[in-house]
Design a protein around this ligand. Structure first.
Ligand SMILES: Nc1ncnc2c1ncn2[C@@H]1O[C@H](COP(=O)(O)OP(=O)(O)O)[C@@H](O)[C@H]1O
Ligand SMILES: [Mg+2]
Length: 393
């Protein structure tokens, strides 16, 4: 039998999207083919502490821990044997001092991954959303450890998570999007009235006010007048030092899945029908009533336009592996506008990204195989980069 591929699945994280990540990771770990892969769970708690091996499952809700070990005890037992050897301490923070020669960082800002783990794993799937996960930080750590990993690299992750930089890049590429304007917390503190009148002049009402660096609709509000705008700016400033304000349009929300490195493939498009006025946090995760329509009911010419734009968006930020690209189609005019790119989209079996692929003929387990393959290919490609400077070139 050929050797199994050892896959580390990183989940949780110091992010507002911790719980979503846990759910995504649960689906991924349960679907990895145990004939082909040895699964090593790697959990990060909300304080930023890492747990490697079976003890990482303690970060899952109790009902999920039971589900996981019942269905996967064999591979987890392998993992225990394999990793108790390298990972003697359940609290792994001390290991960072061996990885980088600095003193041990304070708990809470720890990026401590056991150094032995890099050599022990063939590939890592960072199933993390939002800050410290989807923003290039974990990707930077994995680059330093020189271990192949699934998904976007440092640059694409960081650009994709910062709505202001992302939209500035899209604008430079001539991609169609809603009008926007950006402010800092400091602008607000120094001159709230100035910010308000700038928004009124450039954007108008209704507008959407968002923290630049969060996902899951956290801190986002729709403002219809000056009072609502003031309040919305205050709320957004609680979550980030950068704030983006956009024209609020009456839209359909279309999402599409992209998969690949240099020559990405695109899925069929899907549509979100939010249960609330817009696709806010409640509509996403609490009410459970938002509907997904796959494929979206759109004229062929619009489908073609969206598919072509999705590839351009993916390439605009130099993305690799996977991304979900979200669009608005303006009601009335039918105009297609790019909303955002998500470099680590929700990944439970019921999430849009895997469902779009399923509807396009690529089931969940095959999708994970493809992502692992893409990670290995990208890593191999990087190995070909010459790192010493040749004077004759
Ligand atoms: N400019 C806009 N016009 C209309 N609706 C918007 C606009 N921006 C955001 N929304 C609504 O808010 C939701 C969340 O905004 P989005 O920018 O996608 O943030 P997140 O990264 O948190 O998903 C969207 O899915 C949509 O329902
Ligand atoms: Mg969104």
């Amino acid at each position: 039998m050929s050797k199994k591929i050892r896959v580390g699945v990183i989940f949780g994280g110091k992010s507002g999207e911790h719980e979503v990540s846990v759910q995504s990771a649960k689906s991924v770990m349960a679907s990895l083919d145990k004939e082909k892969y040895t699964v090593v769970p790697i959990g990060i708690d909300k304080a930023g502490r890492w747990q490697v091996g079976p003890q990482a499952l303690s970060l899952m809700p109790p009902e999920d821990q039971g589900f996981f070990s019942a269905s996967q005890s064999a591979s987890l037992d392998d993992t225990v044997q394999e990793h108790t050897a390298v990972d003697a301490q359940p609290e792994t923070n001390t290991a960072v001092s061996q990885m980088i020669s600095t003193s041990q960082p304070a708990v809470g800002h720890s990026t401590a991954v056991p150094p032995q783990l890099a050599g022990e794993l063939d590939v890592i799937i960072p199933v993390l959303h939002g800050s410290f996960g989807e923003d290039g930080t974990i990707q930077g750590l994995l680059e330093l450890l020189d271990v192949p990993y699934v998904g976007a690299g440092v640059l694409a992750s960081a650009v994709g998570l910062d709505k202001v930089v992302m939209k500035t890049v899209f604008a430079a590429q001539g991609l169609p999007q809603v009008g926007f304007s950006a402010y800092t917390r400091r602008d607000l503190k120094n001159d709230t009235d100035g910010v308000v009148s700038d928004v009124e002049r450039k954007i108008g009402y209704p507008c959407f006010v968002k923290p630049a660096n969060l996902g899951s609709s956290v801190g986002i509000s729709k403002a219809r007048d000056r009072t609502e705008l003031q309040r919305a700016l205050e709320v957004a400033a609680k979550y980030d030092r950068k704030i983006i304000v956009e024209q609020g349009l009456n839209v359909r929300e279309i999402e599409i899945a992209v998969l690949g490195n240099e020559e990405p493939r695109v899925s069929v498009p899907g549509e979100i029908i939010p249960s609330n006025e817009f696709y806010d946090y409640k509509a996403k995760y609490i009410s459970g009533e938002s509907a997904l329509m796959i494929p979206a009911n759109l004229p062929q010419q619009q489908v073609d336009e969206i598919r072509a734009l999705a590839v351009k968006v993916f390439q605009a930020i130099d993305c690799s592996g996977l991304a979900r690209v979200d669009f608005f189609v303006e009601k009335g005019t039918g105009k297609v506008l790019v909303n955002e790119i998500n470099t680590m989209p929700g990944f439970t079996k019921y999430s849009m990204y895997p469902k779009l692929w399923d509807a396009s003929g690529l089931p969940y387990d095959k999708l994970i195989d493809a992502l692992i393959q893409l990670a290995l290919e990208r890593h191999a490609e990087k190995q070909q980069i010459q790192t010493n400077f040749d004077l004759d070139d």
